[in-house]
Design a protein around this ligand. Structure first.
Ligand code: ADP
Ligand code: ASP
Ligand code: MG
Length: 415
């Protein structure tokens, strides 16, 4: 008998039939004597239509009210699940974020969980209840206001609950069978990984593989939560997200990720003087806009070009700010491009291996894909390219690194 936290994503609870199917799945665990905490997302498409609704009222909806609205998606799912569970003879109790005491800060739309006061959940579990928690939402601990954790945030709710409750495992049920070498919806030959370490999963998530929300991976690593990503629609084993020391085989490259949600801003003819970057980027960070890749060219004639990427959703705001500052610092021009994508390869095995970057660049060159920006860390290489070549680049890289095969090249085999 174990305490298990299970999270079901939007597609998994996307129809009434599917909610009933999930309830039956949970029942099979209850019948084995496990204590169950079930975290649910909103039914597929619901969060998007709520956001759409808000934008019909206002082009810039009030963040507090938007959270109140968005949280209703998960409220629907847990209530419907509670009813389905009861019909199957389970005694379930649905809890919204505030009832589950998921205490957050006040950053509406991207709130952080500070603490979960688990007494009520533990009490319900002791009394044999299946606890059904609305994912993606929390409560501002100072005011009691409803908050949401950011898109994809139900994964984070589940991992945080698993950590706080010291659960045996946090199972993330989704519409694919686990974490694959790349998005299986883009490359059908992608291979399911048996295991992936926290560091690689963190990179994969931050580089666009939305199968797990990045904050959920960071929390899992911090609290050592065992995460099992698997399919709602089969009983097959999925992917275990584990510490690096548990990885049997360290692949040179474990995965390819892509992100189409960034845009590029180029500031041309920037005077090559101390303090210029500070003047450009301070207002951007003050506006809460997160910059990703930055490159600065070597200067010619005392001037240089600075190029950087921002989330597409922040592009207009960032352009507005930069266009205001550019003349003040003596820059010549500002140009923006929203048709870009970032493709990345990730692998702990690439540490200290020189050949990997060259192979990536050669592969893209062979497909005639121009690299606009490059960014590297110890275990990843990212290239910014024209958005229209994303799928081609992902497929070519997946092929070049032999990821579809059962025995992808291990770290030792690299030049
Ligand atoms: P859920 O609604 O269950 O949270 P998401 O849509 O957020 O599901 O995440 C699952 C999706 O992530 C898959 O349908 C798949 O298209 C995408 N994905 C991207 N990269 C990967 C990857 N490397 N492995 C598995 N899925 C991936
Ligand atoms: N419903 C939220 C979203 O669509 C949270 C989640 O599904 O994880 O982003
Ligand atoms: Mg998700």
């Amino acid at each position: 008998m174990a305490l298990i936290v299970q999270k079901y994503g939007g597609t998994s609870v996307g129809t009434i039939e599917r909610i009933k199917n999930v309830a039956a799945k949970v029942k099979s665990y209850v019948d084995q004597g496990h204590h169950m905490v079930v975290v649910l997302s909103a039914m597929a498409g619901v969060t998007n239509s709520l956001i759409e609704l808000a934008h019909q009222i206002s082009p810039d909806p009030d963040p507090r009210e938007l959270d109140v609205l968005m949280a209703t998606g998960e409220q629907q799912s847990v209530a419907l699940f509670g009813m389905a569970a009861r019909d199957l003879g389970m005694t379930a109790r649905s809890l919204l974020g505030f009832q589950a005491a998921i205490l957050t800060d006040r950053m509406f739309g991207r709130a952080r969980i500070n603490h979960i006061a688990t007494e009520r959940i533990r009490d319900l579990l002791t009394r044999g209840r299946v606890v059904v928690v609305a994912g993606f939402q929390g409560v501002d601990e100072d005011t009691g206001d409803v908050t949401t954790l950011g898109r994809g945030g139900s994964d984070t709710s589940a991992v945080a609950l698993a950590g706080a409750l010291n659960a045996e495992v946090c199972e993330i049920y989704t519409d694919v069978e686990g974490v694959f070498t790349t998005d299986p919806n883009v490359v059908p030959a992608a291979r399911k990984l048996k295991q992936i370490c926290y560091e690689e999963m963190l990179e994969m998530a931050s580089l666009g593989a939305k199968v797990l929300d990045i904050r959920s991976v960071a929390l899992a690593a911090k609290f050592g939560v065992k995460v099992h990503v698997r399919s709602t629609f089969t009983d097959r084993e999925g992917t275990m997200v584990v510490p690096e020391t548990h990885i049997d085989e360290k692949l040179m490259v474990s995965g390819v990720a892509y992100n189409k949600n960034e845009a590029r801003i180029k500031v041309l003819g920037v005077p090559d003087q101390p303090g210029v970057a500070m003047k450009l980027f301070t207002p951007i960070s003050q506006a809460g806009i997160v910059i990703d890749v930055i490159i600065q060219n070597t200067s010619a004639d005392g001037a240089t070009d600075l190029t950087f990427t921002v989330p597409k959703t922040d592009f207009d705001r960032a352009m507005g700010l930069i266009k205001e500052i550019a003349p003040q610092i003596g820059a010549r021009d500002v140009k923006g491009d929203t048709n870009i994508a970032k493709v990345s390869i990730i692998g702990i095995g690439m540490r200290n291996h020189a050949g990997v970057a060259t192979k990536m660049f050669t592969t893209l060159a062979r497909e005639n894909i121009n690299i606009q920006m490059i960014n590297t860390s110890e275990i990843k290489i990212s290239c910014v390219i024209d958005e229209k070549y994303t799928e081609l680049a992902v497929r070519a890289l997946h092929d070049a690194f032999g990821l579809a095969e059962e025995s992808a090249p291990a770290a030792e085999e690299v030049a």
